[in-house]
Write a protein that binds this ligand. Structure first.
Ligand SMILES: [Zn+2]
Length: 311
């Protein structure tokens, strides 16, 4: 079992929010042991912080958002996926606007950013949540389920009546290497008629062919083509990894998702927390070395998980 990890240095990127179209600078910074991922509002130098936690999730359309302490931040799933995918447990994510930058619509840019910053080991073991009994959320034909497994694994299936998609199923076995090479580069996608409807409602303002695969009736509008024939299902796995990181600890279990989406992903996270008889928390020792005293901002994640259960 590995130790906790953070970034070795601070790194920034600038882009526009997918839905707001607003310019935004995102800065990733190292954080102390057991901080988890915490967003910091740098809009107007307010500096309020908000943990990337399921308890702060608010219902939104088409993206994952958290709200609290006087601010809201939208479309956090891709940067969260990059952090979780590369096993970065503790980080501050500073934003000077209310939506994370879309970049190219995948997690590739955030992965490059984290790689350029470097990843540093910390002197405490990382707790894991190991699933011991299956849990499931079903909503019509949508379904997401987690089962006991020896590894962190995802099987995702999507079905769309489109010649480039039809049925796509992908099995992902988690490692930083697998995330980087199989999942991180897969871009978000939308159907032309849906994209036009979004624009009409003032959403998707930052969306364009540089950051979204747009499906026409029988192909895609992006001239550069697809990065993988099954890029669509790979992106759904990317979203699921980001959404699941809102649990606050990595999970050992087999996630099985069908026609799923952000709302149902976060419902399963809530269901896990409300069923403590379905998992055990491993590696919860609180060994702290003299060189790394616990920061005042660093609530132990195992403790915050227990607090979540109680609330
Ligand atoms: Zn996405």
């Amino acid at each position: 079992m590995r130790t906790q990890q953070t970034l070795a240095n601070a790194v920034s990127c600038t882009g526009v929010g997918l839905h707001s179209g607003q310019p935004v600078t995102l800065t990733l910074k190292p954080a102390p042991i057991s901080t988890g991922v915490v967003f910091i509002n740098r809009n107007g130098h307010n500096g309020a912080s908000l943990a990337a936690s399921i308890k702060h999730v608010v219902p939104t359309e088409l993206c994952t958002a958290i709200s609290g302490n006087g601010f809201q931040v939208k479309t956090i799933e891709h940067v969260l996926a990059a952090l979780a995918g590369l096993n970065v447990d503790n980080a501050y994510v500073e934003l000077n606007a209310g939506e994370a930058p879309a970049m190219d619509g995948s997690a590739a840019h955030f992965v490059r950013l984290i790689r350029s910053a470097g990843i540093a080991s910390q002197s405490r073991r990382q707790p894991y949540l190991k699933i011991t009994r299956p849990l499931e959320v079903v909503d019509g034909t949508r379904r997401v389920r987690i089962e006991p497994s020896l590894t962190a694994k995802i099987t995702y299936s999507i079905h769309y009546n489109h010649p480039l998609i039809q049925t796509q199923t992908y099995v992902y076995e988690h490692s930083a290497h697998a995330f980087e090479h199989e999942i991180a580069n897969a871009r978000t996608f939308g159907f032309l008629q849906e994209v036009e409807a979004l624009w009409a409602r003032g959403l998707g303002q930052g969306g364009n062919l540089e950051n979204t695969i747009v499906l026409s009736q029988d192909g895609i509008l992006n001239e550069s083509g697809l990065r993988f024939a099954n890029e669509f299902v790979r992106h759904k796995i990317l979203d699921l990894i980001g959404d699941f990181s809102l649990l606050g600890v990595p999970v050992i279990g087999h996630l099985i998702a069908e026609r799923s989406g952000h709302a149902i992903h976060t419902r399963l996270v809530q269901q896990i927390l409300s069923h403590p008889d379905s998992w055990v928390l491993l590696n919860t020792d609180e060994t702290v070395t003299a060189s790394e005293p616990r920061s005042a901002m660093a609530a132990p994640r195992s403790a915050s998980l227990v607090a979540l259960q109680a609330s």
